[in-house]
Write a protein that binds this ligand. Structure first.
Ligand code: G3P
Length: 221
């Protein structure tokens, strides 16, 4: 399973990339707006830092506008994946951009039928937003199960990119189902690496080592 970071925050991107954890990045207009500054400069910088796929989203809602923006965004780098919304125009743009060799991520997916259509239009990734389904009392993870089953039934090449992840259990569930990618807010990735027993264990190891050093201060590993 690939791990993407769902952010436009350069500091977090650099930090987790330096740990070797990131297979890619997803951004959206809200995430760019949260960071402020010049969004084009930020997008360009992200594409330079990250070797893997970087999803950059169009803001046009009509076919011509999405094509124009998609082509422009893809000029930032070969690893740019153009994010188009799950609309009729978005699917049409997906077909055209894909035919031009520009990969597309269909975003704002909330049903298995939408995922089927994104795959049929040739999307490289389909992004079901599970947290937002949970928020309205639906079972977001069940959508991932359904899409996984359908894509396996027909050998669709489109990758399932689980988005709108809220907590570490979402990641374990997505991995158990066999989703291709999870895109994580930095705060969720931070929680993923923590365990209280790790902290306690390390504290105890160091305290025990210190006891040895009391007997012989010159002792070292
Ligand atoms: O990439 C977009 C998606 O992950 C949004 O998440 O938390 O705004 O529902 P959220």
């Amino acid at each position: 399973m690939k791990i993407f970071l769902d952010t436009a925050n350069l500091e977090s991107i650099k930090m987790y990339n330096d740990m070797g954890l990131l297979d890619g990045i997803t951004t959206n207009p809200s995430l760019l707006s949260k960071e402020g500054g010049d969004p084009h400069k930020t997008m360009e910088e992200i594409v330079q830092i990250i070797k893997g796929d970087v999803s950059l989203e169009v803001v046009a809602t009509d076919y011509d506008g999405m094509i124009e923006e998609g082509r422009r965004l893809h000029k930032y780098g070969e690893n740019v994946v153009v994010k188009c919304p799950m609309t009729a125009e978005g699917l049409k743009a997906c077909k055209t951009l894909t035919a031009e060799g520009i990969p597309v991520n269909i975003t704002l997916v909330f049903s298995p039928n939408q995922a089927i259509l994104a795959a049929k239009a040739g999307a490289k990734y389909v992004s079901p937003f599970i947290g937002r389904l949970d928020d309205i009392g639906e079972d977001g993870m069940n959508l991932i199960k359904q899409i996984k089953q359908i894509f396996s039934n027909y050998n669709f090449g489109t990758q399932i990119l689980v988005a709108s992840i809220r907590h570490p259990i979402h990641i374990v569930d997505a991995a158990t189902i066999g989703a291709d990618v999870v895109t994580l807010p930095p705060a969720v990735l931070a929680k993923m690496l923590k365990h209280q027993l790790t902290d306690i264990g390390l504290k105890n190891f160091l305290a025990d080592w210190e006891k040895l050093r009391v007997e012989d201060p010159n002792i070292r590993i």
